[in-house]
Write a protein that binds this ligand. Structure first.
Ligand SMILES: [Zn+2]
Ligand SMILES: [Zn+2]
Length: 133
């Protein structure tokens, strides 16, 4: 069981099972939405995800190209949201309330990272999306 919440604790969720390893996205949208250099994301199977409280507090913002973010309407923290395929939930890494044994496994959109950012781990880096194997 992995639990997470926002800063005001209005939004809380649990994942009954494992979550994925961590991917960092360094694109300009993720910089804006996270307020820092990159957006750290883990994924969970949608069937294992459940809201404990606050689903009604979550607001979504979608851009014209379909890029969407979710956030707590009280405190503004990034919040979980379902992926378009409906099979996975996207979880902001900073929302986790504990530290499951997961690692950073990829950096995407490194080609558009901020000039000052120095990536300090040795996970693979991709200029844009992860290349298909
Ligand atoms: Zn909140
Ligand atoms: Zn991004």
């Amino acid at each position: 069981m992995v639990k997470g919440s926002c800063l005001c604790k209005g939004v809380q969720y649990a994942v009954d099972g494992k979550v994925s390893d961590i991917g960092h996205c360094h694109c300009s949208k993720c910089r804006k939405i996270s307020g820092v250099n990159s957006n750290g994301v883990v994924l969970a199977a949608a069937r294992r995800f459940q809201w404990i409280c606050g689903e009604d507090l979550v607001r979504h913002y979608s851009m014209e190209d379909g890029w969407t973010s979710a956030f707590c309407s009280t405190c503004g923290c990034p919040a979980p949201m379902p992926m378009p395929d409906g099979k996975l939930f996207w979880l902001p890494i900073g929302s986790l309330d504990e530290y499951p044994e997961i690692n950073v496994v990829q950096h995407i959109y490194v080609g558009s990272k901020a000039r000052w950012e120095i990536i300090g781990d040795d996970a693979p880096q991709y200029d844009t999306e992860v290349e298909e194997a």
